[in-house]
Design a protein around this ligand. Sequence first.
Ligand SMILES: NC(=O)c1ccc[n+]([C@@H]2O[C@H](COP(=O)([O-])OP(=O)(O)OC[C@H]3O[C@@H](n4cnc5c(N)ncnc54)[C@H](O)[C@@H]3O)[C@@H](O)[C@H]2O)c1
Length: 249
Amino acid sequence: MRRFDGKVCLVTGAAAGIGRATAIRLSEEGATVLAADINEAGVRETAELLRSRGARCESLRFDAMDEESCRSLVAGTVEHFGQLDVLCNIAGACRADHFLDLKLSDWERMFRINVGSVMVLCQAAIPHLKKTRGNIVTISSASAIAGAAYWSAYGASKAAVASLMRALAVEFSGDGVRANAICPGGVNTGLASTYSIPDGIDPALVQRLFPLCEAAEPGEIAAAVAYIASTEARYVNGVSFGIDGGQLL
Ligand SMILES: NC(=O)c1ccc[n+]([C@@H]2O[C@H](COP(=O)([O-])OP(=O)(O)OC[C@H]3O[C@@H](n4cnc5c(N)ncnc54)[C@H](O)[C@@H]3O)[C@@H](O)[C@H]2O)c1
């Protein structure tokens, strides 16, 4: 399939995991990709990999914590490639806490990375997406829907971005700009190694968060991103698309 011939896709979180798999998948389908991440070496490696396969791809370092960095990323993409068709918000961070120990500063940091950056990126991207009748795909999480004990800050931030996608889907429906969320369950990436689980958690409360089958591979989430971002999904708007192995049944 070449669903992204002539399309320019901005993929955040593209240094690793789901973001890198998405950059690969979209480029395999013909997209020109701007791969962005705070991990400069990782995202450069992604871009080199794509170029070695004949794709058109550039990388940019950005920090989701920084508003100007997010705005510059969108501006840089359009400056370099002349248009923007798809914004994939994949960069994100996770944390786990006993709720009673959670600091407001840590809660705010989670929201800054997982929600604030998505708000700013969408705000900067939408004027360009209006021109191409493009769309936004944001990675939320099954923990946005499940009662995610110990992941309260993360789950709440992921619920917020899913809600944001619904708001944008309605607000920009008249402009032909779609906005959707994908809610993965467990995915086999390095995310779990980036934060620690506090001592003394009740395993029975966490057990219910794990899917009935093994974790998904990043490419399986990327396949859903590619479908939702493509014109085949013209009628898919404002959804929170679960990919969780039946975890939430
Ligand atoms: N792995 C899972 O089980 C799972 C499940 C549901 C949702 N998600 C979500 O999927 C997305 C991708 O995660 P992943 O599993 O591929 O993990 P990952 O750790 O492989 O990828 C996350 C990427 O985000 C980047 N990032 C982190 N902070 C950043 C910042 N301040 N600025 C710019 N980039 C930053 C990291 O460098 C990394 O490349 C995240 O939003 C995550 O919350 C993951």
